[in-house]
Design a protein around this ligand. Structure first.
Ligand SMILES: [Fe+2]
Length: 176
């Protein structure tokens, strides 16, 4: 078995690609990943931090209580202020799904083991997203404190050079 290095992407159910793209760009600073016309037709892909979100189109999202994904934010208070500014509600219990832990503040919680701060938001299709911030940071396998990346704008997965340009050139589509 090979060692696993990281989670590459999560795939979420969505009903409206443009609405999803705009929401993730505005609320979480996601970046549209232009894969060329054929791959763009297949699914919407966004980069979010060092990971990716891929999507499955559906007319009817199957909602499963408490299922969510979590993303690490660099500045938790700044993120909460941003959520206020763009009118996205957030809560410690994810609207009553998680109760009894994390303190008394209805808007955010703290976990015992890492001091992690957290809260929950929902995207336009009601996909539940946990926002987390770990004040003690990351450490290497040897226990030394390390940064997540050396690239302040975050790393991204390398595409075949020129792939997107030639995909557009071979098709009649000119933009994403
Ligand atoms: Fe979680």
């Amino acid at each position: 078995m090979s060692k696993i290095s990281m989670i590459h992407h999560i795939n979420i159910q969505i009903t409206h690609r443009q609405r999803t793209r705009e929401w993730y760009e505005k609320v979480l600073g996601a970046e549209f990943l232009d894969r060329g016309p054929a791959l763009n037709r297949r699914q919407l892909q966004l980069r979010i931090g060092t990971g990716e979100i891929h999507t499955s189109d559906t007319d009817d999202v199957i909602k499963v209580s408490r299922i969510h994904f979590a993303i690490e934010v660099e500045d938790f208070d700044q993120m909460l202020a941003h959520l206020d500014a763009v009118d996205v509600p957030y809560s410690r219990s994810a609207g009553g799904s998680f109760t009894g832990t994390g303190g008394d503040d209805p808007l955010q919680g703290t976990r015992e083991d890492t001091g992690e701060r957290y809260t929950y938001i929902s995207d336009p299709d009601d996909n539940l997203i946990e926002l987390v911030y770990h004040p003690r940071g990351l450490e290497s396998s040897a226990g030394s404190a390390i940064g997540l990346t050396q690239d302040t704008e975050n790393v991204r997965w390398t595409q075949i050079p020129g792939f997107v340009e030639s995909a557009y050139a071979e098709s009649k589509v000119t933009t994403a």
